[in-house]
Design a protein around this ligand. Sequence first.
Ligand SMILES: NC(=O)C1=CN([C@@H]2O[C@H](COP(=O)(O)OP(=O)(O)OC[C@H]3O[C@@H](n4cnc5c(N)ncnc54)[C@H](O)[C@@H]3O)[C@@H](O)[C@H]2O)C=CC1
Ligand SMILES: CC(=O)C(=O)O
Ligand SMILES: [Mg+2]
Length: 372
Amino acid sequence: MIIGIPKEIKNNENRVALTPAGAQELVKRGHTVYVQHTAGDGSGFPDHLYEEAGAKILPTIEETYRIAEMIMKVKEPIEPEYDLVREDQLLFTYFHFASHEPLTNAMIKSKSVCLAYETVEKPGGGLPLLVPMSEVAGRMATQKGANYLEKPLGGKGILMGGVPGTLPAKVLILGGGIVGTQAAWMAAGMKADVTILDVSLPRMRYLSDVMPANVKTRMSNEYNIRELIKTADLIIGAVLIPGAKAPHLITRDMLKEMQPGTVLVDVAVDQGGCIETCKPTTHQDPTFTIDGVLHYCVANMPGAVPYTSTIGLTNATLPYAIQLADKGWKKASKENVELATGLNVIKGDVVYKAVADAFDLPFTAVEKHLVN
Ligand SMILES: NC(=O)C1=CN([C@@H]2O[C@H](COP(=O)(O)OP(=O)(O)OC[C@H]3O[C@@H](n4cnc5c(N)ncnc54)[C@H](O)[C@@H]3O)[C@@H](O)[C@H]2O)C=CC1
Ligand SMILES: CC(=O)C(=O)O
Ligand SMILES: [Mg+2]
């Protein structure tokens, strides 16, 4: 198969979809890998490392899209890329369709096959291609939050762990999945007073077993949220209902209950955000303030630490990319249900229920496209 790796063009997105090591594995299996000139630079992988691994370098994004049967990316295609996507082309990347109607419509119109990293799902649950970036974003959420709590940056002016004779910062985490757990580890390590809210009792039992004493769990409901936001210093949004728009656990009116200088980091912003007032921001202009409450809502947080993220992402995606390249998307999805759950849009049909529901679009069962 011919695989194309375009350079990411989203704001401050320095990741690339494949490392030279990943390219070598695909080339070894007889596939052709084209990498757009300088695509790996931001992650510390200059063109010559790809060439030494057996890949070929193409000068432009247009040529990369034109030649590839499968495009591997990191972020969803953004507007200048919409018209580059070709009919029948396979796109293997993050999409987060449910939070982005123009993207959904553009991919329907393109008649391409869109296999979304974030909905590839293990039969017993678990999102193997979201996990590594959620690990990064969870750890970063605490780092960012600690930073923005500093007074000159708009925060309350509280140190995460305090010092002897003072109270530590209160960190409230909405959702105790991958992002929430990693955020909690970092905050606990900084000696903050951490509370994780989730709706899953088994998950909270697990967290309660493994977390240190400065991490507590509470049931996620409006009553508890309204109580806890009054004194929280840093609130991290980390809920997910796979493929769907995130529920608004913190609504506009609740901001008035918070103290000025409270910091909100809504990691779930890529699925629409679990804080109603969150709108996607960029690494260049990451925050805004409403009612004295600072919001950080960057939708591609891992893009800022590409040395870690690119390798973490390729470690997870490569085994799936190999199956897609070896067998083609249809046979690979028939033989591996995890890949079938990743299919969101196929040749104009929306085949992921939560995406169809988000925009009142007709839903087509994925099986229709997997027969013969
Ligand atoms: N902004 C960014 O750069 C990045 C964003 N993300 C996003 O972070 C979000 C979280 O991802 P993961 O932690 O991997 O998901 P996950 O599936 O591991 O965890 C989600 C958790 O939310 C819980 N939950 C569901 N409804 C809830 C509710 N009403 N109240 C409290 N908890 C609830 C679930 O029980 C689960 O434990 C996703 O939207 C993901 O796309 C991930 C990586 C990077
Ligand atoms: C998960 C995701 O959207 C990201 O890593 O940017
Ligand atoms: Mg994202």
